[in-house]
Design a protein around this ligand. Structure first.
Ligand SMILES: CC1=C(CCC(=O)O)c2cc3nc(cc4[nH]c(cc5[nH]c(cc1n2)c(C)c5CCC(=O)O)c(CCC(=O)O)c4C)C(CCC(=O)O)=C3C
Ligand SMILES: [Fe+2]
Length: 317
């Protein structure tokens, strides 16, 4: 069988993710793509490069993690439905772009496909825009495509997050010497406030995941809350409170001594976690005299791979 027809008859799976630069030299082109073709100022570029320099040891962690997640999903699909699915990668702001992934499926003879994003919660501005781009290219390429819109309450995702929060609380207890009171902060990437005007489900879904995990771990209602992080630096208002503001209030008004951050809106180690939480939020907490730990990210966790595989099979049946 030739390369061209090897995947003929299989269901294509377009696995979509944000994308990260190829190298430090590539940060400017990547940032320009995020800004819809408008190059960043010198200052903005230096700021973003500085953040990447702080977390990157040769390889950009998000690239490795996305590659691992796509391979892990392929393996899991092979176990559950041998020979039926073939995975392709499609990135929002880096190569291979979403459109490249769809075109590759078409070249390989794929006629039917399912799209899934490596982010559990739906927003028109995030997952919705990935899906729109994939759908447009699928129509142009003659592929019938369906999509997984969200999987934020999938039992295996909740189980994986529950284990991580329980483990994180144990680590925090050890590293902080058992100081109390403790607060669990669930977090996700902020979005512009205007998503509220269009009835976007993002906030509701994030609260649902957080409440479900808190309940499974057995955290009392007053001992957890949700907060935003990583808001964009634009003139329009973004959803708040931001985690830095939340930490300040918890320390000064509520006397909280230790915090476990659970960034449930993300599934990988990447800039928003390794810099915004591990460096920036941790330093802010330190100045406030608050101990801070973060839950381990899902990356290639088997329960996360099963969440993705089961969601794909359900959507592509
Ligand atoms: C909802 C959401 C997610 C989660 C869902 C999902 O995963 O899709 C997410 C993830 C990520 N965001 C990432 C990186 C960046 N996002 C930026 C800017 C923006 N993010 C936005 C939203 C989101 N972003 C928005 C509305 C903007 C403003 C510009 C625009 O309207 O698009 C900027 C520009 C500079 C800055 O503002 O810092 C960067 C560098 C990385 C990669 C990290 C790495 O490389 O390790 C990841 C996983
Ligand atoms: Fe972002």
């Amino acid at each position: 069988m030739s390369e061209m027809t090897a995947n003929h008859g299989k269901i294509g799976v377009l696995v979509m993710s944000y994308g990260t630069p190829q190298s430090l030299e590539d940060v400017e082109a990547y940032y320009t793509h995020i800004r819809r073709g408008h190059p960043p100022t010198e200052e903005q570029l230096a700021d973003l490069k500085g953040r990447y320099e702080a977390i990157v040891g040769g390889v950009f962690p998000l690239r490795e993690n996305t590659n691992g997640q796509v391979a892990g999903l392929q393996d899991k699909l092979e176990q559950l439905a041998p020979g039926r699915y073939v995975c392709y990668q499609g990135l929002k702001h880096a190569s291979p772009y979403i459109e490249d992934g769809v075109k590759q499926m078409a070249e390989d003879g794929v006629k039917q496909a399912v799209g899934i994003v490596l982010a559990p919660h739906f927003s028109t501005m995030s997952v919705g825009s990935y899906i729109k781009r994939a759908q447009e290219q699928a129509e142009a390429s003659g592929i019938a495509m369906s999509f997984v819109e969200s999987y934020h309450l999938h039992p295996k995702l909740l189980q994986a997050l529950t284990e991580r929060v329980a483990d994180g609380l144990n680590r925090l207890e050890t590293s902080s010497g058992g100081v109390k009171p403790v607060k669990v902060l669930f977090s996700a990437h902020s979005l512009p406030e205007r998503i509220r005007e269009i009835g976007d489900p993002y906030e509701k879904q994030l609260l649902e995941t957080s409440a479900a995990v808190a309940s499974k771990v057995g955290i009392a209602d007053g001992d957890w809350q949700f907060t935003w992080q990583s808001a964009g630096r634009t003139r329009e208002p973004w959803l708040g409170p931001d985690i830095l503001e939340t930490l300040d209030g918890l320390a000064k008004e509520d006397g909280i001594k230790a915090v476990l951050v659970a960034p449930v809106g993300f599934v990988s180690d990447h800039l928003e976690v390794l810099f915004d939480l591990d460096i920036e939020a941790k330093a802010a907490a330190g100045e406030l005299g608050v101990a801070l730990e973060r839950i381990a990210m899902l990356n290639r966790d088997p329960l996360y791979m099963e969440t993705l595989a089961e969601s794909v099979i359900e959507a592509g049946a």
